[in-house]
Design a protein around this ligand. Structure first.
Ligand SMILES: Nc1ncnc2c1ncn2[C@@H]1O[C@H](COP(=O)(O)OP(=O)(O)OP(=O)(O)O)[C@@H](O)[C@H]1O
Ligand SMILES: [Mg+2]
Length: 341
């Protein structure tokens, strides 16, 4: 497959800077996930790579070739759109076969059949091959849309939240499938999502994007353990990271300049009252089956953390809180690397 590089790309729509000075390389065989909220510029970034939009500044390279001004058709990219666009009058089979039947490709029908059937099998839609595309559930349509990219052998796959309309079970299943397929094919995939679980489980690297800006790029572990800012820290982790003003932790040693302390569940230990410095009060216990979410009050702030369901905690109870290497942020929200001891 191929690698893709964006160099200092900008794209503006009127007053909106959809993509700002974005530089990024998706290496050959890599599964790169852009993670960001709605309006972050994820779809625009993909459209810039395909050539459906052209940048105001900067360049797009595929395999070392500058394609910034090349038409979309010549870029050899398979794109799974956020709004899956199937041909409604065609069957599932013909929708899947369509990309292979383009006059430029000239793939023989028996090969097309084999590829279509394999892809349908992979995506669990083999029994729907003769259905019209309109006679499918939303999740099935989304799988056909993914299938239309997978039947091809492009230089890169771009996927725009392809699992968003699937139910939780199928989403979990397809997450694994997509990752497996990617490894098997050695495929280069740029995948965008606002779902942190998809990013954590599938990505070789995650790029966190907000307001058109790439905030941090790294392996899932790097982004999770060493976020560059409080915003990046808040994008990963369930329950979400807690933030406390540093002034509420007067007895805890922390690096100079710390304004906010970020406390993930693994940074917080709860114990029976035993004269500790930090005392919290349990205000709610949420039972989630294999674990409990504990909501605590601490000096007027709320902390949410996980606890073993067998740990006997009840609403109203006071507990000692122990911080273990939480994350420290300065007044602008940038992380200060040294950990609290
Ligand atoms: N054709 C357009 N004309 C005007 N503004 C646009 C256009 N396309 C995108 N935008 C704006 O650019 C910004 C980024 O949009 P984009 O679609 O890239 O976001 P996104 O990260 O894909 O969001 P979502 O998760 O909701 O799909 C938004 O503010 C959006 O309103
Ligand atoms: Mg989008």
């Amino acid at each position: 497959m191929a690698d893709v590089t964006l160099r200092n790309v900008n794209k503006r729509f009127g007053a909106v800077e959809a993509v700002r000075d974005l530089s990024l390389t998706v290496s050959d065989g890599e599964f790169l996930v852009l993670l960001g909220p709605s309006g972050a510029g994820k779809t625009t970034t993909l459209r810039l790579i395909t050539g459906l939009e052209s940048p105001d500044a900067g360049s797009v390279m595929i395999d070392g070739r500058d394609v910034t001004h090349d038409p979309p058709g010549s870029r050899d990219i398979a794109f799974v759109f956020q709004q899956y666009s199937l041909y409604p009058h065609l069957t599932v089979y013909d929708n899947l076969a369509f990309p292979l039947r383009s006059p430029a490709r000239r793939v023989a029908e028996p090969i097309i059949r084999k590829r279509v059937e394999q892809t349908a099998e992979l995506l669990h839609i083999a029994s729907k091959l003769n259905n019209r595309a309109t006679r499918l559930s939303g999740g099935e349509m989304q799988r056909v849309a993914i299938g239309r990219a997978l039947v091809r052998d492009p230089s890169i796959y771009l996927m725009d939240e392809p699992l968003s309309s699937l139910d939780a079970k199928l989403r979990a299943e397809l997450r694994l499938e997509l990752k497996r397929i990617q490894i098997e094919l050695g495929a280069t995939i740029l995948y965008v999502t606002h779902d942190q679980v998809e990013a954590m489980t599938m990505a070789s690297r995650i790029g966190v994007i907000r307001d058109g800006q790439l905030l941090q790029l790294g392996t899932p572990r790097e982004i999770y353990e060493s976020p560059s800012s409080s915003y990046v820290a808040s994008r990963l982790g369930t329950p979400q990271i807690n933030f406390l003003p540093a002034r509420l932790l007067a007895d805890v040693a922390m690096p100079a300049g710390t304004e906010t302390v970020g406390i993930r569940t693994e940074h917080l230990q709860l114990a029976a009252r035993n004269g500790g410095q930090m005392v919290g009060r349990v205000h709610r216990v949420e039972h989630l089956g294999e674990q409990n979410h504990i909501h605590l009050d601490y000096k007027g702030e709320t902390l949410v953390t996980l606890a073993d369901p067998h740990q006997p905690l009840q609403a109203g109870q006071e507990v000692d809180l122990h911080l273990v290497h939480p994350l420290c942020f300065d007044r602008t929200g940038q992380r200060i690397a040294a950990a609290v001891h």
